[in-house]
Design a protein around this ligand. Structure first.
Ligand SMILES: Cc1cc2nc3c(=O)[nH]c(=O)nc-3n(C[C@H](O)[C@H](O)[C@H](O)COP(=O)(O)OP(=O)(O)OC[C@H]3O[C@@H](n4cnc5c(N)ncnc54)[C@H](O)[C@@H]3O)c2cc1C
Ligand code: SF4
Ligand code: SF4
Length: 423
């Protein structure tokens, strides 16, 4: 039997997101591998001892997800009840039209990364780029030039382990900014409570807003639907070259298949496929990050007209004084251009799927416990007060629905039926 909250149990309960931080913290014992179900997952060559498992539980996003630790909050009155600490929020895009076009949305994360690198505030940007153990995965990349940062722009909607090389990179003594998903950023913030290198050498934590990514079975279905054999695929570009731009499958023989963003994701966010951990995620808005960048489409879905004409505009949020300072510096130096004002309540309109997940989180974790699982813990995410935004009947429905889904195995990495769609 796996011990409580061992890596094995975290995977078994469908809560591992494959961030790679355990492999970075315990490199001689844990390696990231392709699991039989097709996900990137940690594998122990030597089992962690109980002290190491206790350490793992303090940061692993399969055990706990955190918002902004209170000692990093500048103004407690700037904590939005739904969206957390917000020091500044604007609509903006890269000041370089080519980057705005190439990047996922308006290139804000790329522009801020370039600003940090070119102004000498960091030596490198630890981000991700396409490819890895599968052609359509992402992999961790240390970018030390603007060209590398630009090559890493775009969104990867598949397994990626952005933290796999984190401590190895910090061991070299350089200062970096990290770009990773909200769950990854939470793990790094939590590790920072014990490892002083995190605060000392990571000068900024950057994140895209995140609603989840495609699990392997959904990617298989997509590739089959376009007549592609995975073995022939060289790379997948999920979006970019427009906002959102096309999804392009490139083959080893040089041919390509081009589809639209809505061909890939479908036309209704309630039908999005995603891993179980993403479905029960308490925060895709990057509450633990210094800077967040997201899309600004109504309901987070581009219309056909937007897919043809949208130049790309991000919502950019500075959550800490450091984050706000960097955004202001990037604006002054013209790396970023302002498109307009924004308010925290605009996020309700742009990211309604994240409001649903935040408010249902407590009920879902109660449902996990009712199914005999440990559930997920949250810290500094106001999960207890957010649950009051849904009525008692909806709360019970979420709770019972989660227990039922776990009992029929929907949480498992190898679950692959149509019914695994988001609800
Ligand atoms: C898995 C995923 C889900 C998303 N869901 C939403 C959503 O629900 N709502 C929303 O508004 N926006 C979502 N986005 C964000 C959106 O796609 C854009 O990434 C975001 O608006 C930033 O745009 P940008 O132009 O500033 O990014 P860019 O300037 O193109 O920079 C993107 C940065 O993100 C990094 N990155 C890309 N993919 C990953 C990944 N898988 N893991 C870690 N880092 C990565 C890149 O290395 C790059 O540094 C999601 C992105 C991802 C990766
Ligand atoms: S979520 Fe990250 S830290 Fe936790 S077990 Fe998975 S890869 Fe390791
Ligand atoms: S939805 Fe949540 S768990 Fe899934 S990748 Fe995004 S931040 Fe991580």
């Amino acid at each position: 039997m796996p011990t409580n909250n061992s890596i094995e149990q975290i995977i078994e309960e469908g809560l591992c997101i494959g961030c790679g931080l355990c492999a970075s913290v315990f490199p001689s014992q844990v390696q990231m591998q392709l699991s039989p179900s097709g996900h990137l997952r940690p594998s122990e060559s030597t089992a962690l001892n109980s002290g190491q498992n206790t350490h793992l539980q303090s940061f692993c996003p399969g055990v706990v997800q955190s918002g902004m630790p209170s000692d990093k909050v500048l103004n407690p009155e700037n904590i939005d009840p739904t969206w957390g600490a917000i020091e500044t929020i604007v609509k903006a895009h890269s000041g370089d039209a080519k980057i705005r076009h190439k990047a996922a949305t308006g290139g804000a994360l790329t522009a801020i990364s370039q600003y940090l690198l070119e102004s000498g505030q960091v030596d490198g940007i630890l981000q991700v780029a396409g490819g890895g153990l599968k052609a359509y995965f992402g992999h961790s990349q240390l970018s030390q030039t603007s060209d590398d940062v630009i090559k890493g722009s775009g969104s990867i909607y598949a397994s990626t382990a952005p933290l796999e090389n984190l401590l190895k990179t910090l061991d070299t003594g350089i200062n970096i900014a990290l770009v990773a998903k909200p769950c990854d950023i939470s793990a790094v913030r939590l590790l920072g409570k014990k490892d002083p290198r995190i605060d000392r050498q990571i000068k900024a934590l950057l994140t895209p807003v995140c609603g989840g990514f495609f699990p392997p079975f959904a990617m298989d279905n997509f590739l089959k639907s376009v007549g592609a054999d995975e073995d022939d695929v060289q790379s997948v570009s999920y979006r970019g070259e427009g906002c959102p731009g096309p999804t392009i499958v490139r083959f080893k023989n040089g041919e390509t298949i081009t589809k639209t963003y809505l061909d890939f994701w479908g036309t209704d966010s309630s039908q999005w496929y995603m891993p179980w951990r993403c479905r029960i995620c308490p925060d895709g808005s990057g509450e633990a990050a210094d800077i967040v960048s997201g899309d600004t489409w109504p309901n987070c879905e581009p219309t056909l007209e937007m897919m043809e004409n949208d130049l790309g505009t991000n919502v950019v949020i500075g959550r800490t004084s450091r984050g706000a300072e960097i955004i202001n510096g990037a604006l002054k130096a013209n790396y970023l251009n302002i498109e307009g004002d924004a308010e925290p309540k605009d996020l309700d309109y742009w990211q309604p799927h994240l409001v649903r997940k935040k408010t249902a989180a407590d009920a879902r974790y109660a449902g996990m416990r009712a199914a005999g699982q440990m559930g997920l813990s949250t810290l500094d995410l106001r999960t207890d007060s957010l649950k009051k935004c849904i009525n008692e009947s909806d709360y019970q429905q979420e709770l019972v629905g989660t227990t039922r889904r776990i009992k029929i195995g929907k949480h498992r990495d190898d679950f692959s039926e149509e019914s695994s769609q988001s609800s």
